[in-house]
Design a protein around this ligand. Structure first.
Ligand code: NAP
Length: 337
């Protein structure tokens, strides 16, 4: 079978390896991977910016979906032919986050999903929603579960709440779709008026161009009658956090998820206490969250937004495309049948 490896850092460094198909142990499952999706983290992994000390070679990507090809003798959760996706941290099944789970993060701490076949513990997989193709389901494990955790576990949004999503990447569009599904009113930002048009088509109630309106927190305050926004899906990081602090309402929630505009900044911390806000650090989510989200996605027939699909051997091109920021939603890798 073929798998892609990163032998050294660099988006141009990926090479295809030919290796034997692995066999599952008693409580393991062999999955024929059909599709993958990429996340901003995968770009940083390839660039050596995620963890410069990551042991190489490494099979990249956390996200993959496919079908069960073989089950170990003691497997009870799956049967051959089941359509599945891997969970981001293979050992975070339920409950609160714990430090030990990050040692099982696919495509980071351990080998990932850009492989024709993978063997994973049965606890590290979920069934995918029936109405989704493998390409669509491959978008869920990182971006969608992160948005789900932020909105429904940490922020606990309610119908009628207001939610701000930043930009039109994978996490933000899932947050937009999932928040709407829950009856929230979504305000979206983007650097592009053309993309803002598209998020309005997806259902965003209001939009702000953060390039032409760098002080966008004022616009958010106006759009919320001076009150501020209930929940922020904060993917910008250093360059957006202060604006988020200004935009959030008293008693509101900021979900710290991303680092798109940098990892550290000077923060007006007094605003946090004056506004009595809650700041939640989010690191993807558990298998329980993934399964719960899949039930909701299935019920509401939610369709992930896919921007472009690349073949497996073009993983480097797919990551370079992500770096341009031209995409809207998710970038997917299709594996040959
Ligand atoms: N904590 C976690 O568990 C977790 C999980 C998933 C992702 N993340 C992080 O979340 C972030 C987003 O990930 P992703 O996979 O969704 O990335 P992505 O798909 O590559 O999103 C990129 C988009 O974000 C928008 N953006 C860039 N800079 C921005 C800024 N300064 N302000 C507002 N929007 C900005 C742009 O949208 P426009 O073109 O519309 O402007 C850009 O196209 C990354 O930092 C990633 O590492 C964290």
């Amino acid at each position: 079978m073929k798998r892609m490896v990163l032998p050294r850092f660099g988006v141009d460094a990926f090479t295809i390896e030919e290796v034997p198909i692995p066999r599952p142990g008693p409580r393991e499952v062999l999955v024929r991977v059909r599709a993958n999706s990429i996340n901003f983290r995968d770009l940083r992994v390839a660039q050596g910016l995620y963890d410069p000390r990551m042991p190489l070679p490494r099979v990249p990507l956390s996200d993959g979906s496919g079908e069960v090809a073989e089950t170990g003798s003691d497997v009870t959760r799956f049967r051959s032919g089941d359509r599945v996706a891997a969970i981001f941290m293979q050992t975070w099944v339920a409950g609160l986050p714990a430090e030990r789970y990050s040692a099982s993060a696919l495509g980071g701490a351990i080998d990932g999903m850009l492989s024709e076949y993978v063997v994973l513990p049965e606890d590290g997989l979920v069934l995918i929603p029936e109405h989704l193709s493998f390409e669509e389901a491959a978008t869920l494990p990182c971006a969608a579960v992160t948005a789900w955790n932020a909105l429904f576990y940490e922020s606990r949004i309610k119908p009628g709440d207001t939610v701000l999503v930043q930009g039109t990447g994978g996490v933000s569009l899932f947050a937009l779709q999932l928040a709407q599904m829950a009856g929230a009113r979504v305000i979206a930002t983007s650097s592009s008026d053309a993309k803002l048009e598209r998020v309005r088509e997806l259902g965003a109630a209001e939009t702000i161009n953060y390039k032409t309106t760098p002080d966008w927190s004022r616009g958010v305050k106006q759009l919320t009658g001076g009150k501020g926004i209930d929940h922020i899906v904060e993917v910008g990081g250093a360059g957006t956090f202060t604006q988020s602090l200004r935009a959030v309402r008293v008693g509101g929630h900021i979900n710290v998820i991303g680092v798109l505009s940098g990892v550290s900044a000077e923060i007006p911390t007094a605003l946090m206490l004056q506004k009595s806000i809650q700041v939640h650090g989010i690191y993807v989510g558990s298998r329980d969250m993934f399964e719960e989200m899949n039930r909701a996605i299935g019920r509401h027939h939610l369709k992930p937004v896919i921007d472009r699909v690349f073949p497996m051997q073009e993983i480097g091109k797919a990551l370079e495309y992500m770096e341009t920021g031209r995409h809207f939603g998710k970038i997917v890798i299709r594996q040959e049948a």
